[in-house]
Design a binder for this molecule. Structure first.
Ligand SMILES: [Zn+2]
Length: 537
């Protein structure tokens, strides 16, 4: 009997070994990059223009061409938490960039932490305290305490939520000082190499006096005009060049391609100082590149600005990958690229240039007054002066109950009025999100996976497709469950990764468990993602 147990144990061990890499084969440096607001289509649309990192990883790696978030809201906080933890917002608790705490009615920023202090006089106020699960970085450090885990981004929420509960460090950008900063949650003092990086004054040294096009104009005009209605004005102009005043460089860096160059330079300094990938164990570096998001919000995915941003990013990533190969040794690197969400095209570009339906819906004129009107009508009907449809998507069930109207009837009445508002496709209530089975309404599943009840509102309104709900007359955004907001790239490149394109539908939540399986380590909290069999056999 004992012998049989031993045999079974040995068999189990050999199976584990078949599905994970031998220690010697494990990549020594994993670089997990999120390009904020990167639409999967960008790799297709602008493929012919890439010659650097974006070309290299897609030509030499495994690209999943039908990757989707599979939840909503498609925002930065949830996006990075999902990438780093393999858990949907329903479990990670990161349901939005900001949510309302129903018990206090206070707005909560996804990484806010009043107990996290400043470090070296800067940063502070943020940590992963609101993240309810562990992440890939935590799993790696548990299995291999000598491994180091770091994160860097322009955005605090991106660096913090990708790198889990206890990385060795997470750094983000302060537009006020032009420095990379952190919080006392991570360390009491900035490492010397960070202080040195900051002392170098990257923005003033490297941001030019004008953002101009990297390549000849003809490269860009193939894809459309520079001057498009709906683009945000830079100074008084929507077209290149975009002038940058010397005293504005710290602030404007994120809205230009130079912010990503700085983030990559910072990552270079990090790898060099901490000797990542050079110590015989597997180290993990999360990088979130934010500029595609800022440029995309302002100008849209078809703009010359977005194209130029990607051309420069492609070039910067090419050099970065080569430098990482030099640092850690070619063949020792696993490079993973994805995104936290995508975005809607600029509505004016889609409607006027592509001649397809799209609308800019000014919510303060077209939506809020109509909801307020419906609320007034409900007050009259229920014979109350109390607001029934409250701000931030909460309902006054108590006032309705006092008027003898139960919650199901109240929701029915709310739905009747809201569904008459032009621009709104649907409204789903907490009850449906918690209890519904999603069949017949494909978006209900998106909201269910994106909803954590203690942090959830009473209802969610879904705009009609290609209807941009906004308070701004320019720019675009994201947040819906529609494919234009949720279709993102997933690319694996490097050590042991074959060259192929995979067309089956996969999700960003699959990445973290896949890397864990590749390393032969186990998640420390439950994951929603599935191991991508095209990466780990
Ligand atoms: Zn984002």
């Amino acid at each position: 009997m004992k012998r049989l147990h031993t045999l079974l144990f040995l068999l189990a061990l050999s199976l584990i070994h078949q599905t994970s890499l031998e220690a010697a084969e494990r990549p020594k440096l994993i670089i997990f990059i999120s390009i904020d607001q990167m639409k999967a289509e960008y790799l297709e649309w602008y493929r012919a223009e890439f010659s650097g990192g974006l070309k290299r990883i897609t030509v030499e790696g495994t690209t999943f061409t039908n990757a989707d978030l599979n939840y909503a809201p498609s925002e930065t906080g949830p996006g990075h938490a999902t990438l780093g933890t393999g858990a949907y917002p329903v479990h990670s608790g990161i349901v939005a960039n900001e949510w309302i705490d129903p018990s206090s009615n206070a707005e909560v920023y996804c990484v806010s932490d009043s107990t996290a202090g400043m470090v070296n006089g800067e940063g502070g106020g943020v940590s992963p305290r609101n993240l309810l699960v562990t992440g890939l970085g935590d799993w790696l450090k548990k299995a291999s305490p000598a491994s180091k885990v770091y994160a860097a981004s322009i955005k605090d929420r991106a660096a913090i939520l990708m790198s889990g509960k206890r990385p060795d460090g997470a750094f983000w950008y302060s537009a006020k000082s032009g420095h990379m900063v952190t919080s006392s949650y991570y360390t009491k003092e900035l490492p010397m190499w960070v202080q040195q990086f900051n002392a170098g004054g990257w923005p003033s040294r490297n941001v030019p006096d004008a953002w101009t096009k990297l390549r000849p104009d003809s490269i860009y005009t193939k894809y459309g005009p520079d001057d498009v209605e709906g683009e945000r004005e830079w100074g008084n102009s929507r077209t290149f060049p975009h002038l940058i005043a010397p005293d504005k460089k710290n602030g404007v860096i994120a809205s230009t391609p130079y912010g990503d160059r700085m983030t990559l330079d910072f990552a270079r300094a990090l790898v060099q100082a901490e000797k990542l990938g050079q110590r015989g164990v597997t180290d993990l570096l999360f990088i979130s590149l934010s500029c595609t998001d800022y440029v995309g919000h302002a100008f849209g995915g078809n703009s010359h600005e977005l194209i130029d941003n990607l051309l420069r990013l492609d070039r910067a990533l090419g050099t970065f990958i080569t430098d990482m190969e030099l640092a850690a040794g070619g063949g020792n690197i696993l490079f993973v690229l994805s995104a936290d969400h995508a975005a809607m095209p600029l509505p004016e570009y889609r409607s006027k240039i592509e001649q397809k339906p799209a609308r800019r819906v000014m919510v303060r004129d077209e939506i809020y007054p109509k909801i307020a009107g419906h609320d007034k009508q409900l007050q009259k009907e229920l014979n109350t002066t109390e607001q029934i449809i409250r701000s931030n998507a909460f309902l006054n069930y108590a006032a309705a109950a006092r008027a003898g109207v139960d919650s199901v009837t109240l929701e029915h009445k709310v739905r009747q009025g809201v569904m008459k508002i032009d621009g709104i496709a649907d409204i789903v209530f907490r009850r449906e999100i918690l209890g519904g089975n999603g069949s017949g309404n494909r978006y209900l599943g998106y909201y269910q996976r994106g909803y954590h009840p203690p942090r959830g509102e009473d209802f969610i309104v879904r705009p009609c497709e290609y209807c941009l709900f906004t308070t701004s007359k320019t720019g675009t955004s994201h947040g819906t469950p529609y494919v234009y907001d949720t279709h993102v790239p997933i690319v694996f490149w490097g050590s042991g990764i074959s060259v192929k394109q995979v067309a089956r539908v996969v999700h960003t939540v699959d990445i973290a468990p896949t890397i864990a399986r590749l390393l032969g380590i186990a998640p420390l909290s439950s994951v929603d993602g599935k191991v991508l069999k095209e990466i780990v056999r």
